[in-house]
Each structure stands twice: as C-alpha cells, then as structure tokens.
Ligand binder design. Structure first.
Ligand SMILES: *Cc1c(COP(=O)(O)O)cnc(C)c1O
Length: 370
C-alpha cells in the first residue's frame, strides 16, 4: 500500500534501519555527539537562533509555544482544525483568545490581522499555521508577520510549520517561533516535535513557564547537547538519518525545488481530469481536492489501486481528499497515484480513461525538472 496521507508519511528504509539499532543511554558522550550533529542540521533547516527538540507530538510544541510566549491574549487564525487548536490551548491555560475564523479553503488576510490588533491591544502573541493541513491551504505568514512587527515588534509570531518545515523555504525574519513535527515532512514516526526560536522569543521566554514544556530549561540543556528530561533517543537517531539523507539527495534547497515542481505537476494533472483544487491558496505540502465522490474515490484508490490518501475531518468529512507531497517521494510513486485517480474516475463513469493525468504530470514535472 502506498501511504500518501499528509502525516504520518512513509519512513524511508534507511531511517527505519538506523532506528533499529541497540538502545543508547541518553546521558552519554555517544548520544551527545548524535544530538550535536542533529542540532547542526536543524539550524540549517530552521535558520533560527536556537532550536529545541521535545519528546511530544506536534501539539506539545504548539502548547509550549503558547505557554512560554503568550502572557495575556493570543490571536489565533482558524481556517481549519489545527488553527482552532491554538485557541483551545490558550483558553486551557487561562489566557485570553481572539480568533479570526474563515472557511477551510480561505487563508487569513493581513488586513484582518491588523484590524484585530487595533481592537484588541492586549494581544501579545499571534499563532498561525504556515500550511493548514485540514484543507491544505497556505497562509500568508511572512506578510502578516512583517505587518505585525511594523505595528509592534514585541508581539510574538508563532508559526506552526509542521507541514511546512522541510517542504519550502520559510523566511524567518519576522517569525519568533517556528514549529515542526516528526511524522509529517520529516519522514519519521510520531513523537518528536521541534521549535526554532529567535533571540526575541528567547528573551520573552526568560525563566520559562510550566514544567515539562518549560522552554528555558530545554534551551539551557540543549545548548549543552542534552535534554532536560529523557530524550526521544530513537527518534533523534532517526532524525539525524533523515537530515543526512536530505543532504545526500542534494540538500534542502533541492528538496524544496522538487517538492514545488511535484506539487505543481499534481495540481495540473488533476485539473486536467476536471477535478477542483479546494483551497484558494494551496500549500505545497498537500494537494486537496473537493469532490462529491470524494469517499468513493478514496475507497477505490485503497481497495483497487493500493493507494492510501486522507479524507476530510468535521464538516469536510466525505467532501475532500488530501494527497501528501511531503518528504523524499519517489517520482514513480506519485505518477501511480494520479494515474490511479484517473482510473477511479473511469470506474465511477465520470470520464473515459485515456492517460491524461500521467501525460500532464510528465509534461509539467519533467519540463521543469530537466
Ligand atoms: C499534524 C499537525 C499538527 C498536530 O500535530 P500532532 O503531531 O498530531 O500533535 C499541528 N499542526 C499541523 C499543521 C499539523 O499538520
């Protein structure tokens, strides 16, 4: 079965092998050397002043960011399930929450953010997804961060890059905290999250908040290549293997380039089949199609063609399907996925099969690739 869900994504064989070695103790020079190397690669990936790894799924890093970087009111952008989660985290910690809510195909506008700041002077942090995985859209994070910093440079910008770090180059000039998670673009099993922090964020963190998710204690330990509590040793060993694989395959720039071209080629081929791209500003990490036959297409893909794509959640259940674009994806696999979509449409009597999807994919992908 080809796993094409936008998280978890497939774990490459060499990474699985690396993680199958004997368990190492985390307080040893051997593990500290692995930790140090991993950190070096992460600095290259994040381009932030500091990076911190936490043994938690992505939501743990979201919570750490909110509790350590927001003291009063969080402005969160809700164009999907993950954006909504930031508001719930703030409220659960007794912080105030202001939310800008849109349909899941609609990105937040910079004007709406500026307006919210005017009416709510207590906002001291903004949390937003770079790529909102619920509908596969891209928010204009860099533009809104720039606008916010012009108004008040002390307002913290928390950018959830769980489906963006490792997908595309992110300009972190005005971003204070950038979050990644292991099981999406980083091609690992779930259980590790990473925060990239800029100096302005580190200043605000000060002595930190909370206990397990206290970022001050983690920064202090991780600068010495260790962790405050037991490190997710196996996942960190896997992460180092992933980051070294990316280097061996031409580096992060090459990965961003191929991901962008593949996402373009998939969009073009699916449009050529008469399918509709759901978000108005699609992210490169995920291709989302809204379709009245979404459930039937997913079922055929899985049962007849060995392809597992994700459906929708909440009000989009049965209305969309989402195809992963993250990670080192073999080109022959994605060509099979779009061909299988065309075959499924033929089975549903929607159109005659004539190989359009593969032809358009090949034209776009290889024209740009070569
Ligand atoms: C998956 C995801 C999360 C949540 O991560 P968990 O690992 O499930 O806790 C948060 N934000 C985005 C954008 C995601 O795709």
């Amino acid at each position: 079965m080809l796993l094409f869900t936008p998280g978890p994504t497939p774990v490459p064989q060499n990474v699985r092998n690396a993680m199958s070695d004997e368990t190492v103790h985390h307080r040893t020079p051997e593990f500290e050397a692995i930790f140090e190397k991993t950190r070096k690669h992460l600095f290259n990936l994040f381009n932030t002043d500091e990076v911190v790894m936490i043994a938690s799924s992505g939501t743990g890093a979201m919570e750490a960011a909110v509790t350590n970087l927001c003291n009063d009111t969080l402005l969160n952008v809700n164009s999907g399930k993950f954006g909504e989660r930031f508001g719930k985290i703030a409220l659960s910690h007794g912080l105030n929450s202001v939310e800008i809510k849109n349909e899941w195909d609609t990105p937040v506008s910079v004007e709406a953010i500026v307006e919210a700041l005017k009416t709510n002077p207590n906002i001291d942090a903004i949390a937003v997804q770079i790529s909102e995985s619920a509908g596969g859209l891209r928010h204009p994070v860099e533009e809104l961060a720039k606008a916010v910093k012009k108004i008040n440079p002390n307002i913290m910008i928390i950018a959830d890059g769980i489906t963006a770090v490792g997908v595309e180059k992110i300009d972190v000039t005005n971003i204070d905290c950038l979050i990644a998670g292991s099981q999406k673009a980083l091609m690992l099993p779930p259980g590790l999250s990473i925060l990239g922090l800029n100096n302005k964020a580190i200043e605000k963190i000060g002595a930190g908040k909370g206990y397990y998710l206290n970022l001050a204690s983690e920064i202090k330990s991780q600068r010495k290549n260790t962790t405050a509590y037991t490190a997710a040793t196996t996942l960190i060993i896997g992460l180092l293997e992933v980051l070294e694989s990316i280097e061996k395959n031409g580096g992060v720039e090459k990965l961003y380039e191929v991901t962008a071209i593949r996402a373009e080629a998939v969009k073009a081929s699916l449009k050529a089949l008469g399918l509709h791209i759901y978000p108005t500003t699609p992210a490169k990490s995920i291709t989302t199609i809204d379709d009245e036959n979404a459930s039937e297409i997913r079922k055929l893909l899985k049962e007849e063609f060995g392809v597992n794509v994700a459906g929708g959640q909440d009000h989009l259940k049965g209305k969309i399907f989402r195809i992963n674009q993250m990670g080192l994806i073999p080109t022959y696999e994605i060509i099979w996925v779009i061909n299988a979509i065309e075959l499924s449409l033929a089975k549903l009597g929607r159109r005659k099969y004539d190989g359009t999807a593969s032809r358009v994919f090949n034209e776009v992908f290889f024209e740009m690739e070569i």
